[in-house]
Design a protein around this ligand. Structure first.
Ligand code: F6R
Ligand code: MG
Ligand code: MG
Length: 365
């Protein structure tokens, strides 16, 4: 019998502004998921939050895209939204695009990362949750975990990793996908995934087809046709015994790489790895955050988690993230801090252009 891990996440309201999901919302989600566990829809769950996003981490036996599991998550978010409205929380219900659930949660607003696998004798699984960034933020760290021998020693010295991995990449603009083998097609892969706003790693497998990682790739702004909130992604990664070791899975975050999605979804900034307790994006609504939770999945139960970035070994990355934040913030409204105009989630440019159009004259050549 296979086990499925489903992470379903949404921003349904926060305090103050877009900062932190209120504990009453998490309590309500807890209630709904406890009921679902009692009626055997799910086997176990753990709820966390990163900034204003609530992440429902669930285990079950129903496979991916299961209607009952997705309905449970949507119900939890809908019921918690009622509380968010009562408390007049900021952005109450913002990621729920419909009042009625239909089939599965994809396209309805929340982000989804799921994987089904046959449990190994011992199965370490790591869940990452982000705020103030976009799914492409995972491209660099996932690449490093599964394809960069300077990050993952096992690619070179462990025969069970030496064959490399397969990467599934989505083109989120064209709604197409491609699978590339690493290390064989590494340069082609990098040519795509360096464009983080368009090409997004969705899944990684071992060459024998065993699932290794899954990332949520929903782009709310594209789904709704207008800006209705960001895509703050989540990811699931399996570790050890044929996969990168726990330490190789967290190592990429010792470098606070630049990601898009800070302030008004329109700025680049360095991602900061933090503990659950410190997942409070405050300065200039950021900097973008990531938390990491280490579980053992045992007969579809979640053992743990260990709060992986609650480790002084990541102090240096946090410090560097703050320093880079100081540096890039001084660019104010200039690129590359501000995103290029076509990628901004808020823009006054069309209005400014309309106003100034009559005043534009031919340039002297
Ligand atoms: C939201 C976010 C924030 C908001 C900003 C403006 O997750 O990243 O930076 O974009 O606080 O929010 P509004 O337009 O709601 O006032
Ligand atoms: Mg928000
Ligand atoms: Mg958010």
């Amino acid at each position: 019998m296979k086990t499925t891990v489903s992470v379903i996440k949404a921003d349904i309201g926060s305090v103050s502004g877009h900062c932190v999901a209120h504990p009453a919302l998490i309590d309500k989600c807890e209630e709904v998921l406890t009921d679902a566990m009692e009626s055997s829809i799910i086997e176990d769950f753990y709820i966390t939050r990163c900034g204003d996003d609530i992440d429902l981490i669930m285990t079950h036996k129903n496979g991916e895209l299961n209607e009952e599991v997705h309905r449970t998550a949507y119900d939890a978010f809908m019921k918690a939204t009622e509380i968010a409205r009562e408390l007049k929380l900021y952005g109450a219900g913002q990621d729920l695009l419909s009042d009625t659930f239909s089939g599965n949660i994809k396209g309805m607003g929340p982000g989804v990362a799921e994987m089904e696998f046959k449990e190994r004798p011992s199965d370490p699984v790591i869940v990452y949750c982000c705020d103030k960034t976009e799914p492409g933020a995972f491209n660099l760290p996932i690449f490093k975990m599964f394809a960069d021998p300077f990050n993952t020693a096992g690619l070179v010295i462990d025969p069970s990793l030496h064959d490399g991995f397969k990467f599934e990449v989505y083109d989120v603009m064209e709604h197409t996908k491609v699978i590339l083998d690493c290390p064989e097609e590494m340069y082609d892969l990098l040519a795509l995934i360096g464009s983080t706003g368009r090409y997004v790693i969705k899944r990684v497998w071992k060459k024998n087809g065993e699932i290794a990682a899954a990332i949520s790739t929903e782009r709310l702004n594209l789904m709704a046709g207008e800006y209705v909130g960001k895509d703050d992604p989540a990811a699931i990664v399996r570790a050890q015994s044929g996969f990168p070791a726990n330490g190789e899975v967290v190592e990429p975050f010792s470098f606070p790489h630049m990601v898009s999605g800070w302030m008004r979804g329109s700025h680049n900034g360095p991602i900061m790895p933090v503990s659950q307790e410190n997942a409070n994006p405050i300065r200039f609504d950021g900097p973008p955050r990531i938390i990491g939770l280490g579980f053992q999945v045992a007969d579809a139960q979640l053992i743990g988690p260990v709060d992986l970035f609650d480790d002084p070994a990541f102090d240096e990355a946090r410090k560097q993230s703050s320093q880079v934040a100081n540096y890039i913030r001084r660019h104010g409204p200039f690129e590359p801090h501000r995103l290029p105009s076509e990628e901004m989630e808020y823009t006054s440019l069309p209005g400014v252009m309309k106003k100034l159009e009559p005043r534009f004259t031919k340039m002297d050549e």
